[in-house]
Design a protein around this ligand. Structure first.
Ligand code: NAP
Length: 230
């Protein structure tokens, strides 16, 4: 069944090394975010690990509960995208880091039913919307459909690490993949590949894609754009 009409269109956009890794190189962040804006997404979807890494790395603080001033919700016609974080276990605790940044107009925690009341109360007190979508882990298909149903989200850009990208891909929920391939070879043996799927058998085939575009940059970076072959 073609279910694309009922859930938002999902675009995975990543900066990777030439060996398809997410670490061991330095992307040109101005270019990275300039390209990201082209996708005109209504919502940015991040994984909990990416959110916690951003709190610690860019916010410069620990991922502990905060009690600073609570921001106002943006008015309904605010043009900025939503930030939606897949956080099945309720691990993301420092939402103020995202609320103080100017990039998002509203914040949504996608959680599992086992997330404790105290965490839900924290989210509510901080004006972070809660969408419970699944039991243990977040049911990603359901979460996307709920974003469409509740907020009218039509285009989602995934800004995440290999685990969420891989889970979305394995669930058949990825429509486009854009890789900003940076002119680096990471080498080493870290498991940080762009699409992680622990359940894929070693000899199984991956996902077939169709090329949409190739864009070259002066410094040797290349933007490779593909859509899922259906
Ligand atoms: N180079 C780039 O373009 C780029 C972009 C973004 C982030 N990053 C980097 O990526 C790193 C983090 O990546 P990561 O792969 O460790 O983590 P991640 O993708 O940020 O987080 C894993 C997420 O996937 C969810 N998940 C995994 N399997 C699932 C399943 N089967 N069903 C539902 N949800 C599932 C987890 O849910 P639970 O929370 O419920 O476990 C979690 O939200 C950070 O260092 C970040 O800086 C790089």
């Amino acid at each position: 069944m073609d279910n694309r009409r009922e859930r938002p269109y999902v675009i995975c956009y990543l900066a990777v090394s030439l060996d398809g890794r997410l670490d061991g190189f330095e992307p040109d962040l101005e270019r990275y975010y300039g390209i990201a804006a082209r996708f005109e997404a209504d919502a940015i979807l991040a994984g909990s690990e990416t959110a916690i890494a951003a709190i610690e790395r860019y916010g410069g603080v620990e991922n502990t509960y905060d009690d600073g001033p609570v921001p106002e919700l943006a008015p309904p016609d605010d043009p900025r995208p939503f930030l939606a974080v897949v956080d099945g276990r309720g691990r993301v605790r420092r939402w103020s880091v995202f609320q103080q940044a100017p990039y998002w107009g509203r914040w949504v925690a996608l959680i599992g039913e086992g997330v404790p009341r105290a965490h839900r109360d924290y989210l509510s007190a901080r004006n972070v919307d809660i969408l419970e979508c699944g039991s243990d882990r977040v049911d990603l298909d359901l979460a996307l459909r709920r974003l469409a149903e509740v907020y009218g989200v039509r285009r989602v850009r995934v800004d995440s690490g290999g685990r969420l990208n891989g889970a979305l891909l394995r669930a058949g929920l990825v429509d486009e993949v854009h890789l900003l391939v940076c002119p680096w070879l990471s080498g080493g043996s870290s498991p940080r590949s762009a699409f992680v799927a622990d359940d894929l058998a070693p000899d199984a085939l991956g996902t077939k894609l169709e090329r949409m575009a190739v864009e070259q940059f002066e410094d040797g970076a290349v933007l490779l754009s593909y859509r899922a072959a259906r």
